[in-house]
Design a protein around this ligand. Structure first.
Ligand code: MG
Length: 423
């Protein structure tokens, strides 16, 4: 591959099925007659198996027992659910991230149990794992995702913060270790599918769709009284609480813009966001000849999760599919920056570059947590993020460790500012 531009070798543009084909047949030695060969199952490890993406991944594993073997499960505090999952899927190991919750837990499991945040990397690097689903929420997922990438396996990436905090570094690592990163985020899964077989130089724009969240039509002068319950009821998608709040402020879409910038190596001025309340078009790519490709489907996270496991194949759908015989109304409009302050903040962080997207993400995690624990109001979420960004300067050093330091510092600053700000 000498001489070829590094970024062009990314599996994201020219998806290479060779690795999976090899993976599926390597259990058959060459002496086995072809007619008798059976493909072995895909060995899957889940980081964050008790969360929203994790449990949906297990639903898919339940539907395809002939294709998927769950080899490692990991979660945070919910040991009861981990125990149930382990009984059903019989993994080879379980990791409990919370040292407190994991105390004395070994007796409840029939496989080895590892306890503590540092042990999460063990689930990410479990022996002969083909695919690691990284579904840990927040910055916690970064180190275990890095560990998974270093094994050269496929990473089914649901932890968008990994790309937000260190997308530039992660892509280089994936290239170095030959790991393919397949996005689980529905927008990025859509773009990934639209880009198969396409050339990067012929892309005109990436267009991410956004549902507009629960406050798309709410009067702006009532935003001061938005309650937690209102912010947690998303009209289209069923997701965890943090991402549901992020989709109301559109910080989620902002983080997705940053994620797309690094996943597909496209500058931010070629990335657009449009509001599409029906959530049928999951994202689009416009090409230089004026053609637009889109991926459409029902708003169900199981679709991109299943695709990240099955690609380059497609497995039969178990969920309802779009019926094109019925009237399907689809509308598109551009987002109002006052209604959705998270989007502007994210574009600004990307423009500043370096560690600023990491600072943005850390500040937002703290702000959303403070809102969910009734410490600050809904409107204080973006204002706190803004103040942290103004307070922290962008870090020049490009390493995972430096990013994690920026992350810790931004969290401290956010807590301090929130504490002194009398929200
Ligand atoms: Mg998404």
């Amino acid at each position: 591959m000498a001489g070829a531009p590094r970024k062009f070798q990314s599996a994201l543009y020219y998806h290479n099925p060779v690795r999976l084909v090899r993976m599926r047949s390597e259990s058959n030695d060459s002496k086995t007659p072809v007619s008798k060969r059976v493909s072995r199952k895909i060995r899957v490890s889940i980081l964050g198996s008790t969360g929203s993406i994790g449990t949906q991944t297990l639903e898919i594993a339940r539907l395809f027992p002939d294709k998927i073997d769950i080899v490692a499960l990991s979660g945070g505090k919910n040991v009861g659910l981990l125990e149930q999952q382990a009984k059903e899927f019989l993994p080879e190991c379980v990791v409990i991230g919370s040292s407190e919750a994991g105390k004395g837990a070994q007796s409840r499991f029939s496989c080895p149990v590892f306890v503590g945040e540092k042990e999460l990397a063990r689930a990410a690097t479990w022996e002969r794992t083909d695919i690691v689903v990284t579904a840990l929420v927040g910055a916690l997922g970064l180190l275990s995702t890095v560990a998974a990438i270093k094994t050269g396996c496929r990473v089914a990436l649901a932890n968008k913060e990994t790309m937000v905090i260190a997308g530039d570094l992660i892509q280089d690592l994936a290239m170095k270790f030959g790991s393919e990163i397949i996005p689980i985020d529905s927008e990025h899964s859509a773009i990934f599918q639209c880009l198969l077989g396409e050339s990067k130089s012929e892309i005109s724009r990436l267009i991410l769709t956004a549902s507009g969240g629960p406050f798309r039509e709410r009067a702006l002068n009532t935003f001061g009284s938005i309650s937690k319950k209102e912010a947690l009821s998303h009209p289209n998608w069923e997701m965890g609480p943090k991402i549901t709040i992020d989709s109301a402020t559109m910080m989620n879409k902002g983080l997705e813009v940053i994620e797309a910038r690094w996943l597909f190596d496209i500058p931010q001025d070629k990335i657009d966001v449009v509001i599409h309340p029906q959530s049928i078009v999951h994202s689009m790519v416009q090409f230089v000849d004026g053609s637009t490709k889109a991926q459409l489907g029902v708003p169900d996270m199981k679709v991109p999760i299943q695709y990240a496991l099955s690609t380059p194949s497609r497995w039969p759908a178990s969920h309802p599919v779009v019926s094109w015989q019925e009237d399907q109304k689809m509308t598109f409009s551009s987002p109002d920056p006052i209604r959705y302050p998270g989007l502007l903040l994210a574009f600004e962080a990307l423009r500043i570059g370096g560690s600023m997207p990491c600072i943005l993400n850390a500040a937002n995690e703290v702000a959303v947590h403070l809102f969910l624990t009734d410490k600050i109001s809904y409107q204080s979420i973006p204002s706190l993020v803004r103040r942290v960004m103004d307070h922290c300067s962008e870090h020049e050093e490009f390493s995972i460790e430096a990013r994690l330091e920026s992350d810790r510092k931004a969290r401290r600053v956010a807590e301090e500012l929130a504490g002194t700000a009398n929200h």
